[in-house]
Design a protein around this ligand. Structure first.
Ligand SMILES: [Fe+2]
Length: 251
């Protein structure tokens, strides 16, 4: 099974310019054009669909149209720049909203996929309880978790200091206590990282907007590259790689 993960696309309302003077509709479209002819089975969009805090169904509808053009199944989860209810409404996830949070599990080709809502910068106690129960009751030995925020210290001075997931240790401890393997695919940090702690493997995927230089505490743009992740899952092997392309010129 081959999956493409795209994250932190930060699309504005029509004609809205980003503070970085980057046309994010164009950068996202470049990635869509790049993957269109790639061999993959599913696409997963891991949050921060909206540019800032303007949540508009027009943004989600525009993204939906782009995703539909790929003619492949896809899943979308919210980030901190999203409204989970509005996102659920547009993408048809009404039955997956529980107490304002959009989370669910899905068995794909015999593998257990978990979609977590960390959009309020925290994973709710309800989700902790739900996840713990799923893991405890499952016959699976490995789980694939998709969530916007990495549940650990990543090693980005700016993001770790200013925008980390709250109560991330509680989430990690929940996974560490189980004798199972977890592969967590995230975004939010606008960089590429892999963090491995015992049975928990966290992959941070770069944005299609811009990358943040992890070496500085102030927010500095690292380069002019935008990226996405490929994940290949087979019986005993998981391969993953990040591909980059050059961002289009500023608008
Ligand atoms: Fe984010």
């Amino acid at each position: 099974m081959k999956i493409i993960q795209i994250t932190d696309i930060h699309i504005g309302t029509e004609g809205e310019a980003s503070s970085k003077k980057i046309d994010t509709r164009q950068t996202f479209s470049s990635i869509i054009a790049e993957i269109k002819n790639r061999d993959f089975d599913y696409l997963i969009l891991t949050g921060d669909l909206c540019l800032d805090s303007t949540f508009d169904s027009g943004i989600y509808l525009w993204i939906q149209k782009k995703l539909n053009s790929l003619s492949r199944p896809y899943f979308v989860i919210p980030g901190n720049h999203d409204d989970p209810r509005l996102l659920a409404e547009v993408f048809g996830y009404h039955n997956k909203i529980k107490n304002g949070a959009l989370y669910w599990e899905h068995c794909i080709q015999g593998e257990q996929f978990i979609f977590i809502d960390s959009s309020p910068y925290v994973v709710s106690a309800e989700q902790h309880q739900w996840l713990n129960q799923i893991i405890a009751q499952s016959q699976q030995n490995r789980f694939f978790i998709f969530m916007h925020h990495p549940p650990c210290h990543v090693g980005s001075l700016h993001m770790d200091a200013h925008y980390p997931l709250r109560e991330r240790d509680a989430f990690m401890n929940l996974l560490l206590k189980h004798n199972k393997t977890f592969y967590i695919f995230t975004g939010h940090y606008h960089c590429e990282k892999i963090i491995i702690q015992k049975n928990v493997h966290v992959f941070v995927t770069p944005s299609t907007y811009y990358q943040i230089d992890e070496r500085y505490e102030d927010a500095r743009v690292k380069n002019n590259l935008i990226g996405y992740r490929e994940i290949e899952i087979s019986d005993h092997v998981i391969r993953t790689t990040v591909n980059y392309i050059e961002s289009v010129s500023p608008c």
